[in-house]
Design a protein around this ligand. Structure first.
Ligand code: NIG
Ligand code: FE
Length: 416
């Protein structure tokens, strides 16, 4: 046996005896965290979990070469999965906050040519190496909070060349960082102020980028469906084209105005719909029927000073599968602190600690089609594991704003 993590006080496996790979939907299922006390985990040479069980039985698997990792009675859980980030971008947008505090809305700033359009200008201007250095710093910050899998979107561009540049940076990070990355194409993120060839031609240009982005490694396509950005019909058109190519889909849905983003996600059978601050009951119920994961972004509602998504309705009434994500980006959530995201899920989404961890592990993995490889601790799975300094998850979540992570492993390799 290569490694044994032992003296684990409390382990949440996020698993059960059915060994299914799907999401957990509704409050009851999301609270079933597969708790085990006083256990150890055995990991082989390939970084795969061999066995999870009582301390003594697992320690008996040791040989002369086994490396013991002492959890010191701490809490242990699967590596965290951040299923919605805008990781690769140029520059920052701190100058927008005073404008918002003075009364301008996020969409007002975008309409005036700022906001996302500002980051598009910077991302276009910066070299690939500069973008890589900035994103690498961000990814390292994420790792410190126990994140082992990250979704990264393109979308700060107005041309295919800049979309591909962002994708190349994200792929370079995947190769060099040890963190698992999942790539999403989001050319439909903002509409330029001037459209010389007209709006329809612009939408077709976005559609024409998709096969190139897919060939370059994008697995998902995402659209910002919002009043004043992309309409439901435009979103449908772009995402139908993505589906025809065999891409999976996501939607930035109902962030500000409930124009039907949740309903569109249900209609398309999207893997997830994200934000959902303004979604109607009907939209959320349709998502549940269609098996679409609801991805809540509590850092974004906090930073935009908006009421959080209705996670209790999602969990208790609609019985949705709920995941959480940082939405790390320069405009609506400039923070890579996924621990804070989780604390805000507790405090503003009013989720229970069990639900928060399920939303940040197993369900987050399902939100990026990684339910079969990430988000649970189970024999046969990659050893993506976080050892916390605290003895219980409630302490991790309530003592907020700092990292409680002692050690992080990806495929058995220590990355922190
Ligand atoms: O998920 N809402 C649209 N897109 C991002 C924000 C991007 C930005 O402001 O740079 C989001 O919040
Ligand atoms: Fe986003």
């Amino acid at each position: 046996m290569k490694q044994i993590i032992h003296r684990i006080g409390l382990l949440w496996t996020m698993d059960d005896e059915t060994r299914s790979n799907g999401p957990r939907c509704g409050a009851d299922a999301m609270r079933a965290v597969g708790a085990m006390k006083d256990v150890a985990i055995a990991i082989d040479e390939e970084g795969v979990i061999v066995d999870v069980g009582a301390e003594k039985a697992i320690c008996d698997l040791a040989d002369a070469q086994t490396q013991f990792i002492d959890a010191e009675g701490g809490f242990v859980a699967p590596g965290l999965v951040d299923p919605h980030t805008h990781l690769v971008h140029g520059g920052s947008r701190e100058k927008e906050l005073p404008l918002r505090l003075a009364g301008a809305s996020y969409l007002d700033i975008l309409r005036e040519g700022g906001g996302i359009l500002n980051t598009i200008r910077e991302t276009t201007a910066y070299s690939e190496d500069v973008l890589f250095a900035q994103a690498k710093t961000s990814l390292e910050r994420m790792q410190r909070f126990g994140v082992t899998t990250v979704e990264a979107k393109t979308g700060y561009s107005s041309s295919l060349a800049v979309e591909l540049k962002q994708l190349r940076v994200a792929k370079r990070l995947a190769e060099s960082s040890g963190v698992n990355l999942v790539h999403t194409a989001m050319p439909a993120h903002a509409v330029p102020k001037e459209l010389p060839a007209g709006r329809e031609a612009y939408i077709e240009e976005l559609v024409s980028m998709l096969p190139h982005l897919q060939a370059a490694g994008a697995e998902f396509a995402d659209v910002f469906v919002e009043e004043g950005v992309f309409s439901v019909d435009e979103g449908r058109h772009i995402l139908e084209a993505a589906k025809a190519l065999g891409m999976k889909t996501k939607i930035h849905a109902d962030e500000m105005v409930p124009i039907g983003g949740a309903q569109l996600a249900a209609e398309l059978g999207a893997t997830s719909a994200d934000h959902l601050l303004a979604s109607t009951d009907e939209g959320l119920l349709r998502m549940a029927e269609a098996g679409v994961m609801a991805v809540c972004l509590p850092g974004t509602s906090f930073y935009l000073q908006k009421p959080a998504a209705r996670a209790r309705f999602m969990l208790d009434e609609a019985k949705l599968g709920v995941a959480i994500a940082s939405d790390y980006n320069p405009g609506s959530c400039p923070s890579e602190n996924f621990g804070l995201t989780m604390s805000l899920a507790l405090l503003t989404l009013k989720m229970r600690p069990e639900e928060v961890f399920m939303a940040a592990t197993r369900n987050a993995a399902c939100a990026i089609a990684r339910g079969h490889v990430a988000g649970v601790i189970r024999p046969g799975r990659n050893a993506d594991i976080v050892i916390y300094t605290a003895a219980n998850p409630e302490y991790v979540l309530t003592h907020f704003g700092i990292s409680h992570v002692r050690e992080v492993f990806v495929k058995g390799r220590r990355i922190l």
